[in-house]
Design a protein around this ligand. Structure first.
Ligand code: GDP
Ligand code: MG
Length: 316
């Protein structure tokens, strides 16, 4: 199992250029960017590039899937991002929790601009917003809930919006009907793992045995008791992760012929249990982790740069 350590999740850079281009096109048309994060992983699910792309826009962060995350942790994360200058609202896009606060918050951010324009006698134009976030963060679920049945599509506005559809949510507030997709970032390996645990990365490219042991490793840092209780096992601190994995496999009855643990099936079951909330509401990263994570990301970057051969080596 030890070669599993150090494994990192890969992403395909091809997605990046296209999504940046599309994001930039949409950004030109809006005043407000509504960015969805997964409240279980509010750091791993944020792509910092958007802060550069949307530098001149008003910003709202929605901590989505708040039904799956720890309420106190969500409060701390809200504080964390508020301190960085964002408006923050914790929401649940399935049940609609706090969705009613969003339009007012967006309009509030535009208040000064609207008043300034009015004072200058400018023609009225509705405030426009767009949704952005990484895959599977809940953009579609959110837009469905937010828009509901009441809203009418305003249709194409030739010459101005070219192929974009706007949804009028209020007389003076419109939402772009297609969200901006951000690629996840993988600067430190924990980010990649957190994205994988929560289902932000397609499971087909992941090895469920590796994910199983990584998940156990993560759970033992903060939630060892929850893990032990769920599977009715004892976990002592000096045990290796693979020993805990064996115990869970046996406790769940995942065995291959001959009685050896079936790590593949067990790994899959562990992730399913996590994603379906069997461990309760868990937030798996906290603001206080971030300085160390950023250091690790910097170290990864350095390592990669050292590995690259020098570009300007003289020809033989
Ligand atoms: N429990 C829970 N599930 C959510 C929430 N929002 C979205 N989902 C689920 O997350 C998955 C991905 O959502 P989707 O809207 O397709 O994500 P998108 O790729 O960003 O458009 C779906 O299974 C949704 O039902 C939420 O607030 N709570
Ligand atoms: Mg979608």
């Amino acid at each position: 199992m030890d070669e599993a350590r150090g494994h990192t999740v890969q992403w395909y850079p091809g997605h990046m250029t296209k999504s940046v281009r599309m994001m930039n096109e949409s950004l030109k048309l809006v005043d407000v960017v509504i960015e969805l994060l997964d409240s279980r992983i509010p750091y791993s699910s944020k792509n910092p590039e958007i802060d550069k792309l949307a530098k001149n826009k008003k910003r709202i962060i929605l901590l989505n899937k708040s039904d799956l995350s720890d309420e106190n942790a969500t409060k701390k994360w809200a504080e964390y991002y508020k301190n960085q200058g964002f408006e923050v609202i914790a929401i649940d896009s399935i049940r609609g929790k706090n969705i009613g606060k969003i339009t007012g918050t967006a309009m509030g951010l535009m208040k000064e601009t609207i008043e300034r324009d009015k004072a200058r006698g400018r023609i009225f134009r509705p405030v426009r917003a767009m949704v952005a976030g990484i895959p599977n963060v809940g953009k579609s679920a959110f837009i469905n809930k937010y828009v509901g049945k009441a809203a009418a599509k305003t249709g194409d506005k030739p010459g101005v919006t070219r192929g974009k559809q706007w949804i009028r949510l209020k007389k003076d507030f419109e939402l772009l009907d297609t969200p901006g997709i951000l690629w996840p970032k993988f600067e430190d390996r924990i980010t990649g793992m957190n994205l994988a645990f929560t289902g932000a990365i397609n499971d087909n490219i992941l090895d469920s045995q590796i994910m199983g042991i990584e998940f156990i490793n993560m759970m033992r840092v903060r939630f060892a008791d929850i893990l032990a209780e769920r599977y009715g096992i004892e976990i002592s601190e000096d045990e290796a992760d693979h020993e805990v994995f064996d115990k869970i496999c046996f406790a769940r009855g995942f065995k291959v012929k001959g009685g050896e643990p079936d790590y593949g099936r067990c790994g899959k079951a562990l992730l399913e249990d996590f994603r379906s909330g069997k461990f309760g509401k868990l937030t798996i990263e906290m603001p206080e982790d971030i300085p160390a994570r950023e250091e690790a990301a910097e170290a990864e970057k350095q390592k990669k740069m050292e590995k690259k051969p020098k570009k300007s080596s003289p020809r033989a």
